[in-house]
Design a protein. Structure first.
Length: 195
């Protein structure tokens, strides 16, 4: 049995998702449609009532929406430097899709309980990123986006060669550390090299 089901969002659900993620209006129509369907599907398959109810991570004060928007803005800032200073050629649609969808499966990996947000049984079986990527495959999303979503987690065994993947990596860790700086958790930059 799958941990999610695909839903066809109604106009109100679509509007709320697009309002939560302002940069999604920049996606091309097919990718924007898949984006809205993907987020509506994971939300409908989770214990969270609204997209803004989903936390970034256990014990975080930030929502997943805040984190995703922070990652998106940080990624676009990195893109600006990479293009202007280093001459990188980046597929902006792929990059936006990757930035906006990278944590798609988090509502399926945590659930809301009275005592707080806890891991779901599927989180012990399927690594973060993979479940979201499986859903995106079902929606016909480009393999470059699917691959980046599937392998972006810090513990993933490999990363793709595309510049969009590197941009996501640094934007995601930067935004995660910003969120963790508000908690007692150790930021990622302090976890490297035995710190």
């Amino acid at each position: 049995m799958k941990s999610y089901h695909i839903v066809n969002p109604n106009a109100d659900q679509s509007r709320r998702i697009l309002e939560a993620f302002p940069r999604a209006v920049e996606l091309e129509p097919d990718l924007q449609s898949a984006f809205v369907t993907a987020w509506a599907s994971v939300l409908a398959s989770s214990t969270y009532g609204q997209i803004t109810d989903v936390p970034f991570s256990h014990g975080s004060q930030d929502s997943l929406v805040d984190h995703t928007n922070d990652v998106t803005e940080a990624g676009l800032a990195i893109l600006s430097v990479a293009e202007s200073r280093w001459g990188w050629t980046v597929n902006r649609q792929h990059l936006l899709g990757i930035l906006l969808l990278h944590d798609l499966d988090k509502p399926l990996l945590m659930e809301r309980r009275e005592e707080g947000d806890v891991e779901t049984p599927v989180s012990a079986r399927i690594p973060h990123g993979v479940l979201g990527a499986l859903l995106l495959v079902e929606l016909g999303v480009d393999e470059a986006i699917v691959g980046a979503v599937a392998t972006h987690a810090t513990h993933a065994p490999l990363r793709g060669p595309d510049p969009e993947v590197m941009i996501l990596h640094y934007a995601d860790l930067f935004a995660a550390d910003g969120a963790m700086s508000k908690t007692e958790r150790r930021p990622f930059f302090r976890r490297c090299h035995g710190h």
